[in-house]
Design a binder for this molecule. Structure first.
Ligand SMILES: Nc1nc2c(ncn2[C@@H]2O[C@H](COP(=O)(O)O[C@H]3[C@@H](O)[C@H](n4cnc5c(=O)[nH]c(N)nc54)O[C@@H]3COP(=O)(O)O)[C@@H](O)[C@H]2O)c(=O)[nH]1
Length: 757
């Protein structure tokens, strides 16, 4: 019965081995058991007698020797010749078993006169010793790993080993005969238990692995060496869109996208065959036709002899990752508002274009476009309006450029256009003209129509600069030149501009420092009432003294402060200081002197401008009725929808609004009645020649008379002579200001003037 069980077990083990449920070393155990079982079983086909002893004895010898081989160090037992040992032993067992039945006469007599022969004893002792060595090996190894498994094997070997040692006594008494049989039976049962528990454990593990594979989010496919699909997991079906039955037996190339050429797949197979591994990104096609990227790893599964038995492919759908990467790339290289390339990408293009232009000997041009008045739109209509304006300008520029040109947003209200393959620099001039025209045409922002302009600077490669940095710098310089020469135009870079640009940069730098260090001074230019020629107040004028040098002219630093926006903090300081000083004088001298302060467009377009101005007045305890704010004609006309309500509010609080440089701008007397203006300051260019019959005299007379009808006060600027003053008094001009009346004076000197009786 034991031997029958052993043969069954051996077959069972072989099956388990084939389905990879057992580790390779158990093939030794399986073949040994089969050999022993066969030999033990063959004795059933023989007459009771000596053959029994012979078959049992060689079964013990073969079993013991085979098990003993297990103890050999792995590097020895891996020897190909030794690998065949279990098969040799099993074959030997079959041959010996059959020949023992056929040639019974050859079976050596192994028992006589109630004892075993020496040969029989030796066969059993050697076999038993082999088992005991294996027992010791398994018991020892059980301390290190796979404790339960090895202990069962150890017990099995111990039982067979004891049976071998007890063999000598089995013939002596019935009890030892039974004991010998029971030991061998138990040995078979222990090994049966061992394999059953092993099978159970492995089956559970396999089940678990299958579950893990099926539930993993990565797609897994198993193929045979020829690439035929043997199995897939759920994720594979889900990602590819194919049903399981559509794939099993087929080839994974069913999902080929057609994006990769044959060479790609040939390289993949070459690497797979040589290294057993391939990993990379590949585009495949889902069942419904959609192409998707995946990160694929293929591994070859090899048997003990190194032959590939399967390929396992594992992949992730990386569409999302790819789109995230794309988004990141967009963030890094594209402006999110306008979707145009940003400064970084523009620079890359510039570098690439300049290098190709170098090779092809063609020219390339860089245009820097800076919007004029954008900040004012932003400040007055809000950032959403500013954004909408930028988007529309971007669209217009993009639509106008050629496909080969690059239009980019370089930051804020600054755009760049890169024109490649320039045949003649003149063609860039007409492009700039068209761009200016596009920017100039009205833009609808929300409910409102806005008009802006731009200044364009152009630098040509390689004529104007040989490096990208220099090209940038020179286009920038040209752009500032365009701004300085009146805006809304374009300027080509000229080498002479470089010096001016350096001066300008140094002025901006110094201006920043001056604002931080509060390095400005306030001068006061007296104004008199023409009726009684008494001092009625002053115009506060900013001065920037240079330590150890000449003061920096206002015409130089005021425009620069306007451009950089520094005029806002500077203007706030002027207002506060003018009010503080005038209040002090009024308190000290019991006067009601007024003060006029220039208001820049930047200040006017500042958010909360009214509240900020009122706060400053309150802080300085200065009455609003004594303050005049001077604005220029062009500022008033720039965006009447914005400026008029602000001026009205200021006026409602008692502040007078004076229209400065009157006559130099739009000069339409018609608008005067519509706008909230209290004072007109006739520009000094009209005061120069007031001789009888001159045009200027006629204009001045007309202005005074119109202002009277509109109930607007008139101040004449730039009065330099007594004759001019007389003329103005005769024609009932209200007030006068100019060098004849008094030059702009430092506070102390102006104070002396007030104190004069
Ligand atoms: N936003 C601000 N602008 C300011 C401020 N301070 C000055 N300015 C503006 O700078 C421009 C030049 O001003 P400035 O050099 O101070 O010249 C003023 C006077 O000195 C000059 N003036 C006065 N009388 C005469 C004269 O008889 N002849 C003559 N040739 N020049 C004279 O005129 C300037 C004042 O002009 P206006 O402002 O138009 O009344 C100038 O535009 C200033 O506005 C500031 O704090 N903020």
């Amino acid at each position: 019965m034991g031997s029958f069980a052993a043969i069954l077990l051996a077959v069972f083990i072989m099956i388990m081995r084939r389905s990879n449920l057992l580790r390779p070393t158990y093939i030794w155990v399986a073949t040994t058991l089969m050999g022993m079982g066969l030999l033990d079983g063959f004795h059933a086909a023989l007459e009771p007698g000596v053959a029994f002893v012979w078959l049992h004895s060689i079964a013990t010898l073969i079993g013991g020797l085979t098990f003993a081989l297990v103890v050999l160090p792995e590097r020895v037992s891996r020897n190909p010749i030794l690998q065949t040992a279990p098969y040799v032993m099993a074959t030997l067992s079959v041959v010996l078993g059959i020949s023992s039945i056929v040639f019974t006469q050859w079976i050596p007599n192994m028992a006589s006169s109630g004892t075993f022969t020496l040969t029989a004893e030796l066969l059993n002792i050697v076999g038993g010793a082999g088992f005991l060595i294996a027992w010791f090996h398994f018991a020892w190894r059980a301390r290190i790993d796979d404790r339960e498994e090895r202990l069962l094997l150890a017990n099995h070997c111990l039982l067979f080993g004891m049976a071998g040692i007890l063999f000598h006594f089995s013939i002596l008494w019935d009890a030892t005969w039974w004991l010998w049989h029971v030991l061998r039976l138990f040995a078979y049962l222990v090994i049966l238990w061992f394999f059953l528990s092993l099978y159970n454990r492995n089956a559970k593990q396999l089940h678990l692995s299958k579950k893990v594979i099926d539930n993993t989010s990565e797609a897994i496919v198993v193929t045979d060496p020829q690439g035929k699909i043997l199995d897939i997991n759920d994720a594979y079906a889900q990602i590819t869109g194919y049903e399981r039955h559509e794939l099993i037996g087929g080839n994974p190339n069913i999902s080929k996208s057609g994006i990769h050429d044959d060479r790609f797949y040939q390289d993949m197979w070459r690497q797979l065959l040589s290294t057993g591994h391939w990993s990379g990104e590949i585009w495949d096609r889902r069942k419904r036709g959609e192409i998707f990227p995946k990160r694929l790893t293929i591994n070859a599964i090899r048997d003990d002899r190194g032959n590939t038995t399967h390929y396992v492919g594992i992949f992730n759908d990386i569409s999302e990752k790819k789109s995230d990467e794309e988004k990141l790339k967009n963030l890094a290289f594209y402006d999110p508002l306008t979707a145009l390339p940003n400064r970084a990408l523009f620079r890359e293009h510039l570098e690439e274009i300049t290098s190709t232009a170098q090779r092809s000997r063609k020219q390339a041009a860089l245009m820097f476009i800076d919007l004029d008045g954008f900040k004012d739109v932003n400040d007055s209509l809000g950032h959403a309006a500013g954004d909408s304006l930028l988007k529309q300008v971007a669209q217009r520029l993009h639509a106008r450029a050629r496909k080969s040109d690059i239009v980019a947003r370089l930051g804020g209200d600054e755009f760049g256009v890169l024109v490649r393959d320039l045949e003649h620099p003149e063609q860039i001039g007409s492009l700039a003209e068209k761009m200016l025209e596009l920017i100039r045409s009205p833009v609808t922002v929300g409910e409102q129509e806005v008009r802006i302009a731009a200044s364009i600077g152009i630098a040509v490669y390689p004529d104007d600069a040989q490096t990208v940095d220099d090209l940038y710098k020179n286009a920038d310089i040209a752009m500032y030149q365009a701004k300085n020469s009146g805006r809304n135009n374009y300027t080509f870079f000229l080498p002479a501009m470089n010096t001016k640009a350096v001066e300008r940069l140094s002025l901006i730098h110094d201006l920043h420092n001056a604002v931080e260090e509060n390095a400005f001074e306030l001068y006061f230019q007296p104004k008199i009432g023409l009726k009684d020629q008494r001092l009625i107040g002053s115009e506060a004028l900013m001065r920037w003294p240079k330590p150890g040098g000449k003061p920096i002219p206002t015409e130089q630093f005021i425009p620069c402060a306007e451009e950089t926006g520094l005029i806002v903090p500077m203007g706030d300081w002027v207002l506060a200081e003018a009010c503080r000083q005038t209040r002090q004088w009024n308190q000290r001298f019991g006067t009601q002197l007024r003060v006029a302060v220039n208001l820049s467009i930047r200040q006017l377009y500042k958010k909360n401008v009214v509240l900020d101005l009122l706060r400053i007045l309150e802080e300085q305890a200065f009455p609003t009725r004594l303050l005049e704010l001077e604005i220029t004609e062009s500022l008033l006309m720039d965006d009447t929808l914005v400026t008029i309500p602000i001026l009205k509010q200021l006026r409602d609080h008692g502040i007078s609004i004076a229209l400065d440089d009157f006559g130099t701008g739009y000069s339409s007397l018609n608008y005067l009645k519509r706008f909230p203006i209290d004072i007109i300051k006739i520009d000094r260019s009209f005061i120069g020649d007031l001789s009888t019959g001159s045009d200027e005299a006629a204009i001045v007379r007309a202005i005074i008379s119109l202002a009277r009808t509109l109930n607007i006060k008139v101040v004449a600027e730039g009065v330099e002579t007594a004759a001019q003053l007389d003329f103005l008094r005769q024609h009932q001009c209200d007030e006068a200001q100019g060098y004849f009346v008094g030059r702009p004076l430092p506070a102390a000197e102006y104070e002396a003037l007030i104190a004069r009786p």
